[in-house]
Ligand binder design. Structure first.
Ligand code: NAI
Length: 256
């Protein structure tokens, strides 16, 4: 018996990177998946075709989740498409780099709306569904080591992920009576398109790797393994925590 046989999962921002790896991992363990990205383009169509080979139901719902009504509609359409929703992975995220004094209101809004507001209202829509159906559920938020440690020139990103930490802790208490578990996954440096620019810059990569005790970036598949654990019944008593997956980056000590 596969761990997620018959389970229905929505993963926001799953057309690439970590979200895509989570979709592949959960589908390969039997889950039906709703994938999401801003557009249903050729790549997304190919991804759906490829994933269908895993033998479960795969849907793609195009929505820009940075608008609250869109993420609410996404959750409700996913429930309708799959006939229910057992696991919500709030994965979509963006970052914008600028000195603090140059951050524009537009970039601030984009980052906060995608990384925090969408999680807030997507999870709210999911909780309402669980209440209506008198059923429990699982929520996993893709946070970042930057819910805990600083990232100069990424103030809005840090504010969004720091907000995600307290949102998750608060909801763990509010949602426990509804039998909904909620946790954060906090990746360090993972080799995905979000880091494309940095990965092409040798000096930046050298500085980054010097800060990681394991001396390498992580893979999206490694993050997906943690998400699968937290989504599974093996994690049935786990709620309200952040799980770091960072090769030792967050709390490392530099020997002199
Ligand atoms: P990515 O850029 O490959 O994936 C982001 C996904 O989110 C894409 O599928 C994109 O289409 C989607 N997305 C962005 N804005 C959207 C919107 N408004 N509506 C719908 N979909 C949207 O990046 P990656 O690395 O896979 O990031 C996934 C999550 O992991 C993000 O929340 C990011 O903050 C987090 N993360 C990534 C780290 C890394 O080193 N790659 C480290 C820590 C956290």
């Amino acid at each position: 018996m596969k761990r997620f046989e018959g389970k229905n999962v929505l993963i926001t921002g799953s057309s690439s990177g970590i979200g895509q790896a989570c979709a592949n991992r959960l589908a390969s363990e039997g889950a039906n998946i709703v994938l999401n990205g801003r557009h249903l383009d050729e790549d997304a169509g190919l991804l759906v075709k490829e994933m269908e080979k895993l033998g479960t139901k795969i849907h793609f719902i195009a929505k820009d989740i940075s608008a609250p009504q869109n993420v609410i509609d996404l959750v409700n359409e996913a429930i309708e498409a799959l006939g229910g929703l057992d696991i919500l992975v709030n994965n979509a995220g963006v970052e914008r780099s600028a000195d603090f004094w140059n951050v524009t209101p537009e970039d601030y809004d984009l980052v906060m709306d995608t990384n925090l507001k969408a999680v807030f209202f997507g999870t709210q829509a999911y909780a309402k569904y669980c209440m209506k159906e008198k059923r429990g559920g699982v929520v996993i938020n893709m946070s970042s080591v930057h819910e805990e440690i600083i990232f100069p020139h990424f103030a809005a990103y840090c504010a969004s992920k720091g907000g995600l930490k307290m949102l998750m802790r608060n909801l763990a208490t509010e949602l426990a009576p509804l039998k909904i578990r909620i946790n954060n996954v906090a990746p360090g440096a993972i080799a995905t398109p979000i880091n494309k620019k940095m990965m092409a810059d040798k000096a930046k990569m050298k500085a980054l790797l010097e800060n990681i005790p394991m001396e390498r970036m992580g893979t999206p598949e490694e993050v997906a393994g943690l998400v699968a654990f937290l989504a599974s019944d093996d994690a049935s008593y786990i709620t309200g925590s952040t799980y770091f997956i960072d090769g030792g980056l967050t709390y490392h000590y530099e020997e002199q």
